[in-house]
Design a protein around this ligand. Structure first.
Ligand code: ZN
Length: 243
């Protein structure tokens, strides 16, 4: 029949596993969000490619409108020219028409250039769309694997908690409460093993009487320094010394 301290050592092993698993389960949502966020750069690149294309498209529209506007002005000026009497005014109008022709040419050239750029950017946009689809598929796969693993972790945690409920049976309430407080406070261990006369957790040198008491498993001894419960292994054939 195991003593309370011996039983608590088993409980402590379970508590460490439970603590680790509980952390994983609690971190689940933020980890899941991190995986989901992996698709964001590809989405951003696609949006940027689309924005670039929109700018180019707007430029083509503006250039074409400007060219059309200049052409309409040329037609109007040519019509006005018919009514002009003075040579000087006629020549001024000629000059204006020539400038408008130049403007039509400039705007049309710019439109053609923008169209070439549009073609390149449409190809880039297509590539970004493909990349996003691939990224989304990869993230969906990661999420499925993650959810499966997370589901397993939750089941494991429930099983461990059930095992713990069994493992604490028979431990006196006051000792268990003390153990729980210590484990809660330190997070790593409520029971320290005695190592070469020192506390295995805080590493302080223990009084000889404490070491002797730690060998007796039917009572619970605490470290004077950190307050953890002390446990010393009883070596084969070695009876605990009396103080
Ligand atoms: Zn200690």
């Amino acid at each position: 029949m195991a003593t309370a301290i011996e039983q608590l050592l088993g409980v402590q092993d379970l508590d460490r596993e439970i603590r680790k698993l509980r952390r994983e389960v609690e971190a689940k949502d933020s980890l899941r969000a991190q995986i989901q966020a992996q698709v964001e750069p590809a989405k951003k690149r696609l949006a940027e490619a689309q924005a670039r294309l929109d700018i180019i498209q707007a430029e083509i529209r503006d250039r074409e409108a400007a060219a059309e506007d200049a052409r309409l002005k040329i037609a109007k000026r040519k019509n006005d020219q018919l009514a002009i009497k003075s040579n000087e005014a006629y020549r001024a109008m000629e000059k204006e028409i020539a400038e408008l022709h130049e403007r039509v040419r400039r705007e049309e050239d710019a439109a053609v250039e923008a169209m070439e750029l549009r073609e390149k950017n449409e190809k880039l946009l297509g590539l970004e769309k493909v990349a996003l689809v691939q990224e989304e598929a990869s993230v969906a796969e990661s999420l499925a694997r993650f959810d499966e693993r997370a589901g397993t972790r939750t089941t494991e945690l429930a099983a461990l908690e059930a095992r713990r409920a069994e493992a604490v049976k028979g431990i006196p309430g006051a000792i268990l409460a003390r153990y729980d407080r210590l484990f809660g406070r330190y997070g790593d261990a409520a029971i320290a093993r005695v190592e070469h006369g020192t506390c295995g957790c805080c590493h302080m040198k223990l009084a000889p009487a404490q070491v002797v008491a730690a060998h007796k498993h039917d009572t619970v001894t605490s470290c004077d320094f950190c307050g953890r419960m002390l446990f010393a292994e009883q070596a084969e054939g070695e009876a605990p010394q009396e103080p």
